[in-house]
Design a binder for this molecule. Sequence first.
Ligand code: ZN
Length: 388
Amino acid sequence: MNDPNFYANTYNAYSKNPKKIRVLDSTLREGEQHPGVSFTNKQRIQIAWMLDYFGVDQIEISPVISKDHEKSTKTIIKQGLKADIVSHGRALKEDIDISLRCDASWIAVYLGISDIHLKDKLRISRQEALKRSVDSVEYAKSHGLKIRFTVEDGSRADPKFLLEICKAIEEVGVDRISLPDTVGILRPVGMYNFVKKISNEIDTPLDAHVHNDLGFALANAFAACDAGVDQIHTTVDGIGERTGIPALAEVAVALTYLYKSSNDFRLDMLQDLSRLIEEYTSIKPYDSKPIVGSSAYKHKAGTHLAAVLRNPAAYEPIPPRAVGNRRRIVFGELSGKTGAAYLMSLLGLQKNDEQAKSVAAGLKGLRMGDLIEIPLEDRLEKKIINDK
Ligand code: ZN
């Protein structure tokens, strides 16, 4: 059969040579800033291994939080993973020294550059902020480190000052610049314009770090890519400060299927990664969460069941197996005749149209909502089709 997404894909207007978009996962840094989350040293190491095996490009962790975090960072760096381990701290010599103690080769430093951060958080002038930015990059480079600089709250900073800082740190050799929408105030076209302002004048590779306060994080991350960013920050299930940042599962699936980026992700690990974080944080992703949620591949309405039993692609953009999830069908008052017939065949009951209709009516008459749900395996799909 032809690709059911064929016409939709014509609207997506893929380029012939899609660029590769990298992923930095910050579950161990941003994720630990989610209320109630605190990983043990062992858990951090396991999460890093899983993320590396999954195929992210960089893994971010902050050694400056505590001695325990410093120990975790050091141990994770020693594992020799494929992903870069990015050691995160403030744009201060003392924080960079902690990263150096961990034998980091990649660091990230941040400095709030909006007027509200300068005046009410840091209590420094723009001149001091500019000097601190340049000094920290020069200090890192003088120790042979690769450095990413985050212009924190950049989307709310004076664009002239933002550009001035980016140019100054580029001049002293910064390796990447992260453009954050720290309070999630931009809409997608706003994120596009924000990134474009910098990418028009700066050659340094750019990251997007976008918060989800108004639910725009995922859309803004991809608007940033359209404007020149080549790395997106994620966490597993999107956990982070307040409402968090884009979820790794959604970003990785969108990159693979919608952006045709040439990543080497093991997408079938996505649900396991989500379960691991759920176990370590006790935060259960909501049922309808894309990709990993328990309802993401459940089919319920009678008309949907009738179609899905013949061809699941009728109501699924991507097969559940590809992302480590499972397809389930829900039987109850909405099942309809085809759903009832399928249920009867599973129970080994003889079925004809009339009986299936009366079972469907019986299910409706019970007024008990959903009664049972069962996995719908490919094997069973074939069975029902052959029974037709
Ligand atoms: Zn953040």
